[in-house]
Structures are given as structure tokens and as C-alpha cells.
Design a protein around this ligand. Structure first.
Ligand SMILES: [Zn+2]
Length: 291
């Protein structure tokens, strides 16, 4: 790379000295050449400049000679056909093409990094992850007939008098639950078989859907904790127990606005009620007071 820069620099120096010659030539005889012998002085100056050009040219020659030519023509693939393009606006495509090649390369690189990272993730729950796991996972929580899901959810619905759970199936066989917890909050939970895939918690005045978050901070916080809980309770071998544990945990939010924090004893901390429920004891804690 070093000789290449030297050569480029030599080109720059040569251009500059040639420019100087034409500058001087264009200006002609100047006042600072004086009156006496002014033509001679002018010619001498020009000669000097021209010899500088000569020296610079020789330097460029040397620099170019020390370069090693590339072993063969560059392989440009299909992009070589762009040179045969005669419409002006399409000739500019080459730069865009190079940019998109670079972009694709980057996507490849990031994709590979992401695969490495995700394959280390122990919370991987989807059976489309790798072919080796497919058979084992399919016989567990994903592949459950709708009747079984209905039955499990129905039992949970009957278990808690102040929590109503209704099942919808907007996306073919997989269930989406609409949960109403007293007058405290409502939630939507998307299932894949008997596995909870997604939960959104909202207030009573809000429209309930799977894609938008609540406009209230307290329900956004509960949503976040519900995500942690759905991962915590997830069990591929005992899917029914996992759902039941999650729902029991979720039901403990019926005292969201009435129970004080187990640790500090206050109702509010940073203007929020205790939004965390212990996974085992179901005791309420503020985010900051979590054990
Ligand atoms: Zn607290």
C-alpha cells in the first residue's frame, strides 16, 4: 500500500508543478521582472519551472515502476455489463451496486454473529430453531390439540372467581386469551399449543391487542414482568403446570393497587405501586425493592 500512496502523491506534485507552469505562462511578463532584460528573466523563470516538471515526472516514473501490477483483470461479475449501458442515468448504477454489495456482506456478517449468539440462548423455545431438536420438541408443549388447551384454560378460569379468561382463535388453531383481572387490569396472552408466547397487559380504558403497549407506565412494567414470568415458568415437559403456575402468579396482581411493598412497607415508590410479584411466594415488591 505504501508505494501506491507514494505514486499517488507523485501525481499530485506533478499536477501542481505543471499547473504552476501554465499559471506563469498565462500571466506573461510581470512588473517584478523589472524593466531591463525582462524577456530574458521571464524565459529563465519558465525554464526553471519546466525543469521542476521534468524532475517531478521522473519521480512519478520511478514511483510507478516500483508498483506491482495486479495479477489479472478484476472480476466484476455481472456488473461489467454496466459499461455497455448507454443511458446516462443508468451508468450511475455502479456506485449504488457497490454500496448494495457492501450492505449484503454486512448483513451476512451480522447474521452469522446473531446465529452464534442465539444458539447460546438457553431460553430458546421455538421448534424451528434447529432440525435436531424438532422431533423432541414437537411432542411436548407446542403440539397439543385445541380441546386440551380449552380444558386447561377452562379449569383455570373456574379456579379464580375474580379473574375471567376467554379463548379466541383468530390465527387458526393457536389460542389467544383475553384475561380480565377484576377491575384492576386486562391482558392478552398468545399461546402456541400450551406454551405462552406473548403477553400484553393494559388498563381498563385501553384497547386490548397483542401489538401495542399500554400508555400507562405501571402496566408496561407489569407486562415486562409477565414476560419474565412466562420464561421462568416455561416447562416443555410439564406444559399444563407451567400455564397454571403462570396464571396463579398473574392472578396475584389483583392487589396491584392495594397491597403495600413487602420490603419497604410503602404503597408507592417512584410513583409506582409494587409491580413485581415473587415467583414462588407471590409477595408484592417495588421494582427497586426486589429481593
Ligand atoms: Zn418497596
Amino acid at each position: 500500500m505504501e508505494p501506491f500512496y507514494t505514486a499517488l502523491n507523485a501525481v499530485k506534485v506533478l499536477r501542481s508543478s505543471v499547473g504552476h507552469v501554465f499559471d506563469t505562462l498565462g500571466n506573461g511578463v510581470r512588473a517584478d521582472h523589472g524593466e531591463e532584460n525582462k524577456d530574458n528573466k521571464f524565459l529563465l523563470e519558465l525554464q526553471e519551472l519546466l525543469s521542476t516538471v521534468n524532475v517531478n515526472l521522473r519521480e512519478l516514473d520511478q514511483a510507478v515502476n516500483s508498483l506491482t501490477p495486479p495479477p489479472g483483470p478484476f472480476n466484476l461479475g455481472n456488473s461489467t455489463y454496466l459499461t455497455q449501458e448507454c443511458t446516462l442515468e443508468r451508468q450511475a448504477l455502479y456506485a449504488d451496486l457497490v454500496k448494495s454489495y457492501k450492505w449484503t456482506d454486512k448483513v451476512h456478517e451480522y447474521g452469522n454473529l446473531a446465529v452464534t449468539l442465539f444458539s447460546q440462548n438457553s431460553l430458546k423455545r421455538s421448534y424451528i430453531n434447529s432440525s435436531s431438536k424438532r422431533r423432541r420438541m414437537q411432542t411436548s408443549s407446542h403440539n397439543v390439540p385445541p380441546q386440551t388447551v380449552d380444558q386447561v384454560i377452562g379449569n383455570i378460569d373456574r379456579q379464580f372467581s375474580d379473574m375471567s379468561v376467554t379463548i379466541q382463535r383468530p390465527y387458526a388453531t393457536n389460542a389467544v386469551l383475553q384475561i380480565t383481572l377484576g377491575r384492576i387490569l386486562k391482558a392478552m396472552a398468545a399461546f402456541k399449543g400450551l406454551m405462552i408466547e406473548w403477553v400484553v397487559v393494559k388498563g381498563h380504558g385501553e384497547t386490548l391487542d397483542l401489538w401495542t403497549e399500554s400508555r400507562h407506565k405501571v402496566f408496561r412494567k407489569v407486562t415486562e414482568n409477565a414476560h419474565a414470568a412466562m420464561l421462568h415458568f416455561y416447562s416443555p415437559t410439564m406444559p399444563e403446570l407451567a400455564v397454571r403456575s403462570f396464571m396463579t402468579w398473574f392472578h396475584s396482581y389483583n392487589t396491584l393497587f392495594s397491597d403495600p411493598c413487602k420490603r419497604c412497607g410503602n404503597h408507592l415508590h417512584s410513583a409506582l405501586p409494587p409491580t413485581w410479584r415473587d415467583f414462588r411466594t407471590l409477595e408484592p415488591f417495588h421494582e427497586e425493592c426486589k429481593p
